[in-house]
Design a protein around this ligand. Structure first.
Ligand code: BG6
Length: 498
């Protein structure tokens, strides 16, 4: 293998220890990352190589699953780590970085560098320019940028302009770790490797679709960051809308980075724009408040006591195209909910005629397909079947597939998958510039409206509950109902706190 140097800006930060280093080590563990490589941490904190190695060594023990904790292998991996103290904001310090990289690269090094930007977003605009100033934007290099890519449409456009001036699009990897999740990718396999669902996957048979990504934790130590961002920028504009796109997209004729991402952009471009008059009807934003055992958002560290940042968003989207016209997509995310779960629920239409008599509570329900992305990864189909015995009494039952049935193959880590793809020069699962822009084009006006109308409703919900009642109201208005994971799936009760 040609020498590869992975440079992590923000190497002393939280993401590096929690996600990036465990992901890189897991690639090493599975022999996807081998031989001639170095990982260079580049941050302001002052570390020697040895101090950085021992810091990462400790953290790996905290964050790696037990089955990967191979002491000898961790030691070998740690031997590939190096550290360069620098302020990534200061152009003059890039000469030193260049020298350090060239030294690590050795003779014959062809510039095979992967830059990972795990810094505060304010640095996303300057780092590529500084890299360019010392010629580190080599033809063989690529750059991964963490989300959020931009703060709104304008800033995303100007970031794209900067990046496109320094790198070619195929070298730019805008990461959205939801696309690295095995179960998100499986959505494509489920839809396009099976013939039976496609004929039903449209407005003729589907009543409505839910996309939920909720968490049972608050914002932890991220107050300073989160209060400027909020749930819409943190989760909806990227992760949730990606899941909507995977659910709604057309099958590309051939599968590759361009054709796949073309279809994603087509979904974003088909989102029916929301105008102000729709906002109250289509969007519910909330903020968690103190409950008997949990802090409220405004009591969290670094949060002003009059903050109006949303920690919950529920929305009704419409995709204005031939396949989906008239099918609402209800999406929802929230912090401090009763459980952590990400799932997509497809509600099929009721049978056109009810021929079986039924007793209250045991009437056939419309079929429902639940794609559980995490945890308890699997797929559950709700069906009505006959109860054995006299008459024709119907019971609603489920048929379910659990990922564990695949024989205990461990669910790959999203970051490991995506970093591996980037090392292999495969941008398929990364967000292209036009997708970022299309997404901001849709969500930007909502953010602008909230900014211009701080008095617009922000509903409180006690920490540990399913969000503001208004979000239930939004669904009921359209005769729909949220499928709360704890309420409906008995086998998920074990991870539900209620
Ligand atoms: C991140 C958000 O992108 O995704 C976090 O910034 C959120 O606020 C996280 O907690 C959720 O990711 P996952 O993979 O744990 O569901």
């Amino acid at each position: 293998m040609k020498k590869l140097i992975i440079v992590i800006f923000g190497a002393s930060g939280d993401l590096t220890k929690r996600k990036l280093m465990p992901a890189l080590y897991s690639l090493y563990f599975t022999k996807r990352l081998q031989g001639n490589f170095s990982i260079l941490g580049a941050s302001r904190s002052n570390y020697s190589d040895d101090a950085f190695r021992s810091y990462i060594d400790n953290e790996l023990h905290n964050f790696l699953p037990t089955k990967m904790q191979d002491k000898e292998l961790i030691e070998q991996f740690i031997g590939h780590l190096h550290y360069h103290t620098m302020d990534p904001a200061v152009e003059e310090q890039y000469k030193g970085l260049d020298e350090c990289i060239m030294k690590l690269g050795g003779s014959g090094f062809d510039g095979n560098i992967l830059f990972y930007l795990s810094t505060p977003p304010v640095l996303y605009g300057v780092i590529p320019l500084h890299l360019q100033s010392v010629g580190l934007n080599t033809k063989a290099s690529r750059i991964i940028i963490e989300k959020p890519f931009g703060y709104d449409l304008e800033s995303a456009l100007s970031l794209n302009k900067i990046y496109e001036g320094v790198f070619d699009e195929h070298q730019i990897y805008r990461i959205d770790h939801f696309l690295g999740k095995e179960t998100a990718q499986n959505l494509l396999a489920f839809r396009f490797a099976n013939g039976i669902f496609e004929p039903l996957w449209n407005r003729n048979y589907i009543d409505y679709i839910e996309v939920t990504a909720v968490e049972n934790l608050g914002i932890g130590d991220r107050g300073g960051f989160y209060d400027h961002v909020g749930a819409l920028r943190d989760m909806v504009q990227n992760h949730l809308i990606q899941l909507v796109a995977l659910t709604a997209m057309e099958p590309p004729a051939i599968f590759n980075a361009d054709t796949f991402r073309n279809e994603i952009v087509k979904v974003y471009d088909s989102l029916k724009p929301l105008v102000e008059i729709d906002f109250e009807d289509h969007i519910v934003r909330g903020q968690y408040t103190q409950s008997y055992y949990k802090k409220g958002y405004r009591e969290e560290k670094g949060i002003p006591e009059d903050s109006r940042t949303e920690t919950f968003v529920a929305m009704r989207l419409e995709i204005a195209n031939w396949r989906w016209s008239g099918v609402p997509f209800y999406i929802r995310t929230g912090k401090q909910m009763p459980t952590k779960a990400t799932e997509i629920v497809v509600h099929f239409k009721e049978t056109p005629h009810k021929m079986f008599h039924c007793k209250e509570g045991n009437c056939p329900k419309a079929n429902k397909l639940t794609l559980r992305l995490q945890p308890n990864e699997g797929i559950v189909l709700g069906l009505g079947l006959k109860i054995p015995g006299a008459g024709f009494e119907i019971k609603n039952v489920t048929m379910s597939f659990d990922y564990n049935q695949l024989g205990g193959i461990p669910m790959g880590d999203a970051y490991a998958r995506l970093i591996d793809d980037c090392i292999q020069h495969d941008p398929t699962l990364f967000t292209r510039s036009d997708a970022v822009e299309a997404s901001w084009r849709f969500f930007g006006p909502i953010l602008e409206y909230w900014k211009a109308h701080p008095e617009a409703p922000l509903y409180g919900y006690p920490a540990g509950t399913w969000g503001p009642l208004e979000s239930e109201g939004m669904m009921r208005y359209h005769h729909a109902e949220w499928s709360n994971p704890c309420k409906n799936l008995t086998d998920t009760d074990k991870y539900c706190e209620l």
